[in-house]
Design a binder for this molecule. Structure first.
Ligand code: UD1
Ligand code: CA
Length: 456
């Protein structure tokens, strides 16, 4: 099979976005638009991709890394000029160049592959992907001859009223055979309404050379949507969000209310997990099977096992096991590992801590920099005093310990296996295994004091 290289145009500033960030780095479904486009090109079967960068080129190049080659277009003189910048990188290339825009995040790689195969099968020198639009405003219009062959594309700004009435538009996606592409590009002028080197003119040039130019129409007009403004970004986000949710539902995940559920494309969720409303799942979050997540849960880079129940929880960069219940109103902070069968109740914060299997943190606790063993009970209001104003210290609570309510564990400190801590203690010394640690003033009752006070 002959070779195919994808050229992705991403040098434009994206003026209408009104942003410091280059347009192609704005995110849709949690990933920069350019990443979606690079993935689509790879799925389509590109042997390599070249991204044409210009505005904030260093930032875009840094994002691309080694995933694609970079061509720099120092001045944005039009889409044709942008493709010319790849001439050096493609000078020995004789296969097909697939040209796509970096601002079309909804592209479907499988559809692109179909388009490429159709181009190949037709034997055309160039093929443009077209779409029929009810409202073609803003797009280039496809010009065909009596035999239905594509003879050129006219930009809206250069079109006469008859041409403007054409509903078949240029999606900006093309397959063009490499040597011809650069031959045609060399002949471009900027004699048009925008004073730019139009890539679209390459097609009429190739037609004039007596070669066959094809036009293939796609029925998926969402797919080719180009993002030029924040409004269009929000429209694309909504379409992408629905696609992600549809895919998860098809895989056996229940999403109670898709309209109030926000799941990034990177997230994995297992079968028969139920997602309640107002839930945000982001980044590398990976959730197992049979869980109940939400309502009101936000998880960023969190791994969750199976049969766990989280409600009203914010968790980030942490691990939660299986058979765990968390919430409501719980904050799980980075580097926390919650083992299986743990219960974490309301108003609890856990940071940089390991909570052993079957342990309970039922209410109102701060557990930071701690290693809590198995089957430990941390009474209501237990606080680890982990910070002395200069350094953080660790608290260790060994297996089967029982920490009474409203205790302060002043780190570094170890509460031994099977020991008890009396309620209200401020523990500053290690408690040996199986002992009772009590660290509070002894109670005195003053006989008749209250009655005397009242009758004073
Ligand atoms: C282009 C097509 C139009 C088509 C439409 C589809 C031309 C002349 N017109 O118009 O027929 O219907 O796309 O969306 O090609 N870019 C560069 N360097 C430049 C100029 C643009 O890299 O000098 C990049 C942009 O970053 C963008 C893409 O090329 O990703 C398209 O440019 P844009 O200005 O948006 O073209 P349209 O006017 O939409
Ligand atoms: Ca555009």
């Amino acid at each position: 099979m002959s070779k195919m290289v994808a050229v992705i145009l991403a040098a434009g500033k994206g003026t209408r976005m009104r942003s410091k960030l280059p347009k192609v780095l704005h995110k849709v479904g949690g990933k920069p638009m350019l990443e979606h486009v690079m993935t689509a090109a790879e799925t389509a079967g590109a042997d390599k991709s070249i991204v044409v960068v210009g505005f904030e080129s260093e930032q875009v190049a840094e994002f691309i890394g080694t995933r694609a080659q970079i061509a720099v277009q120092a001045e944005q003189l039009g889409t044709g000029h942008a493709v010319m910048q790849t001439a050096d990188l493609l000078k020995d290339f004789s296969g097909t160049v697939m040209i796509i825009c970096g601002d079309t995040p909804l592209l479907d790689g499988c559809e692109l592959k179909k388009f490429y195969l159709e181009h190949q099968a037709s034997g055309a020198a160039a093929t443009v992907l077209t779409a029929i639009m009810d409202n073609p405003a803003g797009y280039g219009r496809i010009l065909r001859d009596a035999e239905d062959h594509v003879i050129g594309i006219v930009e809206e700004k250069d079109a006469n009223p008859v041409q403007k009435a054409i509903c078949e538009i240029n999606t900006g996606i093309y397959c063009i055979e490499a040597p011809l592409l650069f031959e045609a590009l060399a002949g471009l002028t900027c004699d048009n309404a925008q004073g730019e080197y139009y890539l679209t003119d390459v097609l009429s040039k190739i037609n004039e050379m007596g070669k066959f130019v094809g036009g293939v129409s796609t029925a998926d007009s969402d797919m080719i949507m180009g993002i030029n403004s924040r409004r269009q970004l929000a429209e694309a986000e909504a379409i992408m969000r629905q696609r992600i949710i549809d895919k998860l539902m098809d895989q056996g995940v229940t999403i109670m209310d898709p309209a109030s559920t926000f799941i990034e494309g990177t997230v994995e969720i297992g079968q028969d997990t139920i997602i309640y409303p107002f839930t945000w799942l982001e980044g590398s979050t990976k959730i197992g099977a049979d869980n109940i997540i939400g309502p009101n849960v936000r998880l960023t880079n969190v791994v969750v096992g199976n049969s766990t129940n989280l409600q009203f929880v914010y968790g980030h960069d942490c691990i939660v096991g299986s058979g765990v219940t968390v919430g409501p109103y719980v904050h799980l902070r980075p580097d926390t590992v919650i083992s299986d069968e743990v219960k974490i109740g309301n108003f609890v914060e856990v940071k940089n801590s390991n909570i052993g299997r079957g342990s309970k943190l039922p209410h109102l606790s701060y557990i930071g920099d701690s290693d809590i063993g198995e089957r430990v009970n941390m009474g209501c209001g237990t606080i680890t005093v982990n910070y002395d104003g200069k350094k953080k210290h660790r608290t260790v609570v060994e297996d089967d310990a029982f920490v009474g309510c409203n205790s302060n564990l002043v780190a570094p400190v170890t509460v031994g296996a099977g020991s008890y801590i009396g309620a209200g203690s401020t523990v500053t010394k290690d408690v040996p295994p199986d002992d009772l640690g009590v660290a509070r003033a002894r109670q005195t009752n003053i006989k008749g004091w209250a009655a005397k006070y009242r009758n004073r």
